[in-house]
Design a protein around this ligand. Structure first.
Ligand SMILES: [Zn+2]
Length: 93
């Protein structure tokens, strides 16, 4: 199983957890705060993963996606890891 497939499974598991938890706790008094807290914790985890997952060859974060917009180099973050490094083309496993 490659990295992209693992990411899809993690993403699907996260969405299911989010909805299950959301529908389970929404009725409580602080239910929406718990959902927001879960969302914030997920963002922090994603941020950590985004900085820690680096290409073995060029050390650039693999989730950072360079784009050319109107001649300017812009970077966006993607949720799923690419199959190849977008900087040097190294195959990621
Ligand atoms: Zn690379």
């Amino acid at each position: 199983m490659n990295r992209r497939a693992k990411h899809k499974i993690i993403l699907i598991a996260w969405i299911i957890t989010f909805f299950l938890m959301g529908s389970g706790v929404w009725g409580f008094q602080a239910g929406h705060l718990m959902v927001i807290g879960f969302f914030m914790a997920s963002l922090v985890l994603y941020g950590l993963a985004a900085f820690l997952m680096r290409c073995p060859k060029c050390r650039m974060p693999v989730l950072l996606r360079p784009r050319k917009v109107l001649g300017m180099e812009l970077y966006t973050w993607s949720i799923l890891a690419p199959e190849k490094c977008r900087h040097c083309g190294e195959i990621l496993h």
